[in-house]
Ligand binder design. Structure first.
Ligand code: GAR
Length: 208
């Protein structure tokens, strides 16, 4: 009998004893990972507060999700900038203005330049829908299906200049079933992401 997730970390949460982490969220689209992080905070599992959300696509649903929670969100549209560095400089300045200590890429479909990386050295996390180092880059779910592997999953890692190659913080594995489509598989990976990401934030910050 197959279960939804073959391997998951033992999600042992620490007793809340420290000052809350101050998180800045970067998201390009739906924002379900943002919502999962916010929920883990609400439930007292992750000792953190979300200082604000930056999104780069005007239609991104994450903006609505942030508004529903009364959290500030700012559209910084990369199309309005002459280059990736000037875009990242504005993103970094906004995050600094919120006094964040961890930057959380939650479905942020932009590659970080040194401008952003140097503003928060070692303190930028990303979630990717595969077991890195397998299937980096775009369309990771489709890549896994095409490759015919029977297990994929999701990875939380520190962001570095080399895309999807930074130090791995945590992973969860998800089995691929015979009739899986990109949609059904992505849905099961999302379920794991929502559990993994809040806990991996605590782990990266030395709080788990
Ligand atoms: C997530 O599956 C995340 O792993 C992926 O985008 C999705 C965002 O979903 N990220 C990447 O592919 C980054 N390379 P969400 O907007 O519902 O959180």
């Amino acid at each position: 009998m197959c279960s939804e997730a073959l391997i998951s970390p033992a999600l042992d949460w620490p007793a809340v004893r420290d000052l809350p982490l101050r998180l800045g969220i970067l998201a390009s689209g739906n924002g379900s990972n943002f919502a999962a992080i916010a929920q883990a905070i609400d439930q007292g599992q992750l000792c953190a507060q979300i200082q604000g959300v930056i999104y780069n696509n005007p239609q991104a649903r994450v903006a609505q999700r942030a508004a529903e929670r009364g959290l500030p969100s700012v559209l910084i549209n990369h199309r309005d900038f002459g280059g990736r560095e000037t875009f990242d400089a504005t993103v970094a300045a906004t995050l600094r203005g919120w006094d964040v200590d961890w930057v959380i890429m939650a479905g942020w479909m932009r590659c970080a330049t040194p401008v952003l990386l140097d503003a928060f050295p070692g303190h930028i996390l990303n979630i990717h829908p595969s077991l890195l180092p397998s299937f980096p880059g775009l369309h990771a779910v489709e890549q896994a299906l095409r490759a015919g592997v029977t297990i994929t999953g999701c990875t939380v890692h520190i962001v570095t200049l080399a895309v999807d190659q930074g130090p791995i913080i945590a992973q969860a594995a998800v089995p691929i079933f015979g009739g899986d489509t990109p949609d059904t598989l992505a849905r099961r990976i999302h379920t794991q992401e929502h559990q993994l990401y809040p806990w991996a934030i605590a782990l990266a910050a030395g709080r788990a």
